[in-house]
Design a protein around this ligand. Structure first.
Ligand code: 5AD
Ligand code: SF4
Length: 441
């Protein structure tokens, strides 16, 4: 959005985003919708006419953070009742009843498929709140170019929603059915980004590799995007193991712009738990996929998501998970304690693992992954990588940082003329579990 405007015809909006990359991308769409309607960006809640929270419902903890923020905003509403406050995104969709009870002062409640109507909703919110949480299986916002932030990397939504209905997950209920954005719209959008100097695009979707539009599957889409001049690197998140087809593996193996990095959420290493989670694959099938990916894409980095303490998880199931982690040797992992979510299939199963056991398992898993991340990064010492420079490193003067093809953070002393957007060959000198210290090769 543009800078502050001096008159009331341009209300100021402050938008806060919680949760995943999809929400960050959605906020850029919200921002574009509001800007078209004459809104400008506020610097903070203090000078805003409208405050919007784009929220996440994936775990209870995510919701608690937003509820805490809403308690703070209640005080703002008390002192400045004319400020309009809106709740957007997955929490709006998931728990509107409970939230309206806790935050009766909300003026707007809008689910992920209602953002087109936001200007109207904000305008009409009066004594009663304006609520729209209808899911719309046709809404892709394909015609709305989001307000991308600057930088060498841009995140572009390729598909929305999820049809997998894993037993633990609220996403199919909050974001609705799977739908893909037409390739022509994606080509136009990525082309515009390239013209603005973006070098790397990350295609987004809750199950991004389930992408399909007519004859175009995800592998074909990657190859199409790769034809765009100026785009040097292509990544995507988050894929699902079951949609990691030969077509996708082939596109990754043959198209040099598609980076050797794959997120393959396993969730559990126990077949019994995977079945209860309704994930749609067994451990053996998953390991076979990892082997095929590794043989087709040399040097590929593989990361994962794991949930500990799903209902029914015994110590032996947890041990199976740690065994798989050792066997695969992930470059990185996101690890979570199971959080029961209303409306999901697992809601009725219960929550048999105590909070204490979940905590103990999570700590053990994080320690194991740190050990493995460190080992995998140390194995890079002495090797050379092409790093796309993002800018100054946080840690010191003259140091710059960027990502290797495997999406590892590389930090090195910049040389004269090295700028964000440049690709520089570096050699790894030393490593921690989180970054590689390098020098220009
Ligand atoms: N509890 C804990 N973690 C969850 N995830 C999804 N739903 C839940 C839940 N109810 C995790 C999964 C998923 C990631 C995005 O969040 O690991 O891959
Ligand atoms: Fe949730 Fe499963 Fe869909 Fe991922 S694939 S968003 S975990 S239901």
């Amino acid at each position: 959005m543009s800078d502050r405007a001096p008159n009331a015809a341009h209300p100021r909006v402050y938008l806060e985003t919680y949760g995943c990359q999809m929400n960050v991308a959605d906020s850029q769409t919200v921002s574009a919708v509001l800007r078209r309607a004459g809104y400008v960006t506020a610097d903070g809640v203090e000078d805003a006419d409208v405050v919007l929270l784009n929220t996440c419902a994936i775990r209870e903890h995510a919701e608690e953070k937003v509820l805490h923020r809403l308690r703070e905003l209640a005080r703002l509403k008390n002192s400045r009742p004319e400020v309009k406050i809106g709740l957007l995104g997955c929490m709006a969709q998931h728990n509107r009843g409970a939230i309206m009870e806790k935050a009766a002062f909300l003026d707007v409640v809008a689910g992920p498929d209602s953002y087109r109507r936001l200007p109207e909703m904000i305008g009409s919110a009066g004594f009663d709140p304006s609520i729209d949480v209808r899911l719309d299986r046709a809404e892709t916002y394909a015609d709305i170019t989001p307000d991308y932030g600057g930088g060498v990397r841009a995140y572009v939504t390729a598909m929305r929603g999820c049809d997998k209905f894993c037993a633990f997950c609220v996403v199919p209920y909050t974001r609705g059915r799977e739908r893909s954005i037409p390739p022509a719209d994606l080509m136009r959008e990525v082309g515009e980004l390239a013209a603005r100097g973006v070098k790397e695009v990350v295609l987004l979707g809750q199950t991004v590799n389930a992408y399909r539009f007519g004859e175009t599957d995800f592998g074909a889409l990657l190859k199409m995007i790769a034809t765009i001049n100026g785009i040097e690197r292509i990544r995507f998140t988050s894929p699902h193991p079951s949609d990691t087809t030969e077509s996708l593996i082939e596109a990754m193996a043959t198209e040099s712009k598609v980076m050797p990095q794959l997120h393959l959420p396993i969730q559990s290493g126990s077949d019994r738990i995977l079945a209860a989670m309704e994930r749609g694959y067994t451990v053996a099938e998953y390991l076979d996929l990892v082997a095929r990916v590794r043989s087709a894409i040399p040097g590929v980095a593989i990361s994962t998501d794991i949930i500990v303490g799903f209902h029914g998880e015994e110590d032996s199931d947890f041990e199976a998970t740690t065994a798989i982690m050792r066997e695969v040797g992930y470059d990185s992992a996101f690890m979570f304690k199971y959080s029961v979510r209303e409306h999901t299939r697992a809601f009725r199963l219960g929550d048999s693992v105590s909070e204490e056991d979940k905590g103990r398992r999570l700590i053990a898993l994080i320690a194991l992954q740190e050990e493995m991340s460190l080992a995998r990064n140390r194995a890079m010492i002495g090797r050379e990588f092409a790093v796309l420079v993002e800018g100054a490193a946080r840690r010191g003067r003259g140091m710059v940082s960027g990502k290797t093809p495997q999406f590892k953070t590389a930090i090195f002393a910049g040389a004269e003329g090295v700028r964000a957007g440049d690709t520089v060959n570096v050699r790894v000198d030393s490593a921690t579990g989180h970054s590689l210290m390098c020098s220009i090769a």
